[in-house]
Design a protein around this ligand. Structure first.
Ligand SMILES: Nc1ncnc2c1ncn2[C@@H]1O[C@H](COP(=O)(O)OP(=O)(O)OP(=O)(O)O)[C@@H](O)[C@H]1O
Ligand SMILES: [Mg+2]
Length: 220
C-alpha cells in the first residue's frame, strides 16, 4: 500500500518558489484503481511523479509497502522504482523501430529475464490487453488505442505492482478511451494498484475512487 503524509513540493529557488503541493496526505490500498482529477496546474502530475519516484518531495513522508521511499538515496530510490513502479504515458512512449512484441519485451531484457521466460510473459501480457494478434506490428501501423494497449502490456510485463498513468486516454477518442479504462480496471481487479491522472470526468467515474486536487491540496 501507499502512504503519503503531509507532502509538500516546492519548485524553484529562494527568489522564485512555486508551491506545487501544499500538504497532501493520502493512503492508497493494494488493488485500488484511483483517478486523480483537478484543474491544470493544480499539482496532479507533480503528485504522480513523486509516487513514481521520478521526482522527490520537499517535505513530508512517502511510504510504499515496507519502504520509506522518501528516506532513500537517489540510487536506492531508482532501484526501488525499477522493481515496483511502471508508467503509462499520454503519448504511449513506444519505441518506433521495435515491434509490439519487442516493446513489451524491453523491461524484461533490462531485468535480465531469460529468453524463454520473456516469451511467455510477453505473450501473456499482450493477450491480457487483447493485442496478441498484433505482436509483429510496429507502433506506426497501430491505432492510438492499440498503441496504448501495447504500452499497458509493457507495464504489465515488468511485473511491477504499481501502474501509474498520466492522462492515458488524453490522445484517444471516447471509444478507445473507454477501452483503455476497462483494461486498467481489469489490471486493478487482478491485484495491481492503478493510479491515473485524467481530465475526463466520465472516464474517472470508472475508478474505485476519485481524488480531487486543487491548488496543491486535496479537495474533499
Ligand atoms: N519542473 C518544474 N519547475 C517549476 N515549476 C513546476 C515544475 N513542474 C511543475 N511546476 C509547477 O507546479 C505546479 C503544478 O504543476 P503540475 O504539472 O503538477 O500540474 P498538473 O495538475 O499536472 O497540470 P496539467 O493538468 O496542466 O497537466 C504548476 O504551477 C507548475 O507550473
Ligand atoms: Mg499534468
Amino acid at each position: 500500500m501507499i502512504r503519503i503524509k503531509d507532502i509538500v513540493k516546492i519548485y524553484g529557488d529562494k527568489e522564485c518558489q512555486t508551491y506545487a503541493l501544499k500538504g497532501i496526505s493520502l493512503d492508497i490500498n493494494d488493488g485500488e484503481f484511483v483517478a486523480i482529477m483537478g484543474p491544470s496546474g493544480s499539482g496532479k502530475s507533480t503528485l504522480l511523479n513523486i509516487i513514481g519516484c521520478m521526482d522527490v518531495l520537499t517535505e513530508g513522508e512517502f511510504i510504499v509497502d515496507e519502504t520509506i521511499v522518501s528516506s532513500l538515496t537517489n540510487s536506492k530510490r531508482q532501484e526501488f522504482a525499477k522493481n515496483n513502479i511502471s508508467f503509462v504515458f499520454q503519448d504511449f512512449a513506444l519505441m518506433n523501430d521495435y515491434t509490439s512484441y519487442e516493446n513489451v519485451e524491453l523491461p524484461l531484457r533490462i531485468k535480465g529475464v531469460s529468453g524463454r521466460e520473456r516469451k511467455k510473459i510477453v505473450l501473456e501480457s499482450l493477450d491480457k490487453v487483447g493485442m496478441s494478434e498484433f505482436y509483429k506490428k510496429y507502433p506506426n501501423k497501430l491505432s492510438g488505442g492499440q498503441q496504448q494497449r501495447v504500452a499497458i502490456a509493457r507495464a504489465l510485463a515488468s511485473g511491477n505492482k504499481y501502474i501509474l498513468a498520466d492522462e492515458p486516454t488524453g490522445a484517444l477518442d471516447r471509444e478507445n478511451g473507454m477501452e483503455i479504462i476497462n483494461v486498467l480496471k481489469d489490471i486493478a481487479k487482478e491485484g495491481r494498484t492503478v493510479i491515473m491522472v485524467t481530465h475526463n470526468e466520465e472516464l474517472a467515474k470508472f475508478a474505485d475512487r476519485i481524488i480531487y486536487i486543487e491548488d496543491g491540496l486535496i479537495n474533499q
